[in-house]
Design a binder for this molecule. Sequence first.
Ligand code: NG6
Ligand code: CA
Length: 501
Amino acid sequence: MKNARLLLFFLASLLGLFSCEKAEETKAPNIIIFYVDDLGYADLGCYGAKGVTTPNVDRLASNGVRFTDAHSTAATCTPSRYSLLTGSYAFRNDASILPGDAPLIIDTNGETIASAAKANGYSTAVIGKWHLGLGKGAIDWNKRISPGPAEVGFDYSFLIPATGDRVPCVYLENQQVVGLDPEDPITVDYNKKIEGLPVGSENPELLKVKADAQHNNTIVNGISRIGFMSGGSSAHWVDEEFPDVLVQKAQNFIENHKDSSFFLFFSFHDIHVPRIPHPRFVGKSEMGPRGDAIVQMDWTVGQIISQLEKLGLDKNTLVIFTSDNGPVLDDGYMDQAKELIGDHDPAGSFRGGKYSAFEAGTRVPTITYWPGRIKPLKSDAMISQVDLFTSLGKLMGPASPKGNPDSEDILKELLGESTTGKTYMIEESFDLALRKENWKYIRPKPGAVAYLESKDMETGMSETDQLYNLSDDPGETKNVAEQYPEITAELKKKLEEMVNR
Ligand code: NG6
Ligand code: CA
């Protein structure tokens, strides 16, 4: 009898143990997207960088999946971010690089990765660069600004509202300017000068770094920006403090939500211009500020990963590391990115870079990392950030997004369980291109972009059809459109079908 009772007790405690373990296992995984700005395909050690080392990101790559054919949806920031969050190609919404006072371009009645996460019980946050617009037009920066991240699924937001090189140069926490003195209200204007703060074109002696005419408006923290602002002195950010401020906000969020599932969209300012790393990173690469900003970015990743490890969350967290578009050297500030590049090739063997229709515009370093779940792998699967919406939705739980035909399920590829990848993928720049496996078709688009040409950047546009066979010509040097008229016609037709879907 006593034995039987003991046995029962033993069985019951085993059951208890199992159910407890089961509860642990079924807690939906945390998801962190590290979204670096303007990081090129070969700007990391694990992708062949020279002149800079990235030990923290390399560690993710050597223990996770390192993709060789992963893409942002566009060659610039706003459209890529739009697609990543909504699962919709940005040309459907005419999304292009936004000024810093533009209205929110995400439909507040639609779905985003964040709203899907919330529907599945996640806590959600965006920390860092936003650049998707805010409000409905004519923003009053002295009040809570709405709609914004909260209206598209983020419980918490801490933002650089547009870019580091655009006014207003203040942080927004939950859509309110941080540290604002009501006696010193903020005004922003993208068309005409506002009296108050000095302007780069008139006071170049105040500048830490010289800028071109497009980046020569209001000076904040010794850096001239795009656009004019006045007021808000107590709220002005200090560019050198970006990494510490953003890491602190991310670590607070993680600490506060360590017991629930969380989705963190960590959106770097690095390595976008102006590249003004914290003094402790200055000189830590051989390439001047652009390389030092890469070191700073790598440090940032290391800080957040080590916090996950300390809290024991790393084994239940999917980390996705990627970039919003390809590399650029001179993007408006004279920070010697070109002069100090040495034998580093930020685009690897690919042609073009940021803004360009050629591969380096959208082919970006991409790593997935999940200790215990993802095994080390180099994957040649073709994938796009537009697919994260559907794929992460599947991972997060039953309340998956309703779906968007642009966004395919590539969860198996993300987890390294398949290397099949997509068959077709649109690449956006000034116009559209279509990949079908290793064929790449670029739609004809006449016209030149003088500003980019003055800086020796290739748009990739041409007045005639372009077709490249990336299998034997990854550098897109031989246009074979005339040699393969059937393939050109097929891809052209398929692209039109996808556009008009
Ligand atoms: C461009 C800016 C460039 C950069 C870019 C946005 C000019 C001439 N150039 O318009 O410096 O800010 O916008 O970059 O204004 S992105 O990565 O956010 O797309
Ligand atoms: Ca960018």
